[in-house]
Design a protein around this ligand. Sequence first.
Ligand code: GAF
Length: 391
Amino acid sequence: MLAQQINTLFQQRYGYRPLLVRAPGRVNLIGEHTDYNGGFVLPAAIDKEILFAVGLNGLSTARLFSYDMQEAYDLRLESEPVQPGKTLWANYLKGVVAQFQRRGIAVPGFDCVFGGNVPIGAGLSSSAALECGLAFALNQLLEANLSRLELAYMGQRAEHEFAGVQCGIMDQFASLHGQSGHVVRLDCRSMEYQYFPFNSAAYHLVLCNSGVKHSLASSAYNTRRQECEQGVAVLRRHHPQVASLRDATLEQVEQHRAELGPVVYRRCRYVVQENLRVEATCQYLQAGDMAAVGQQMYASHAGLRDDYEVSCAELDALVQIAHSQPGVLGARMMGGGFGGCTINLLPAAVVPAFIATTTAAYQQQLGLVLETYQTTIVEGVSVLPPALATH
Ligand code: GAF
């Protein structure tokens, strides 16, 4: 068991018992690129997670060790402020340390060994898990009493400042606030949230990893954010109440189409429609109408592909392959886009046939090997009882 390996490795390297923390990745049923527009998302924490062993070492150095990369990184803590550097995985952790310092919480020397099974670059928020896991562990060890929401914001800021992605709050929120067997509808403006049961005995969420990682993804992500801001600037001139695209209506977007210009118009149209889809999906979930939930997912993908333009040929092919199978209820690209995974909603009984058919078709159409993940919806970040790590 990975927790045991991380725990053992920590004790071998540093010679004392650590605090053990697990931090999950996330899926998002629907509501993509809506978080930074003050809108709605519907994510869940999943059983792909990063495990951390962390302890205070009485030094003025953070000794970090990535189990997966088998690489160590020492961070000297006297020389504030902490700055990003060339070791990419360490930047996420350094970003978190910097957020504590920024809040006036001195971070003394600590040791951290971490490793996990959240595939990197697959759109499952491995980076948020990394940020949130360390933030949670330090919060415990330093007795800083920060709320989960504050920890989520710190993770987000770490991502902005140390990874250069102007991400929204969804991923960090989901990793920290996940509830077993539930998706969570988050209003990304008020930060009010509500859990909706997901009937995981009857329905499964299967992820299909396109295997594509676009190096331009983060710059394109930031560009989308800017385009949305341009849209808000135009709409606000006519409708002062539009503080973000969440406030805009489809009628307003249509009315100012010429002034928005073709690209920004399509970005705005997508975001406004996607917010409506999240609301509709929540109602269908409550009514138990999973076929209707699936239809919203297909519509979301079409918008992401045609209007928001964050899909790619491989993701489109995967959604098309899913759509052609009668048992599949819904499918769409998930996360920031330009690669990563699709999320597929299907009755449990259909899963084996779906995986076999999709894998064969992806190989045949694109010559690519498909990796699939059957996910379970789990609790958000938590402390792992030491007993669990010894099995
Ligand atoms: C990435 C970001 F990190 C999230 O904040 C969100 O915007 C998502 O892309 C798209 O919905 O995962």
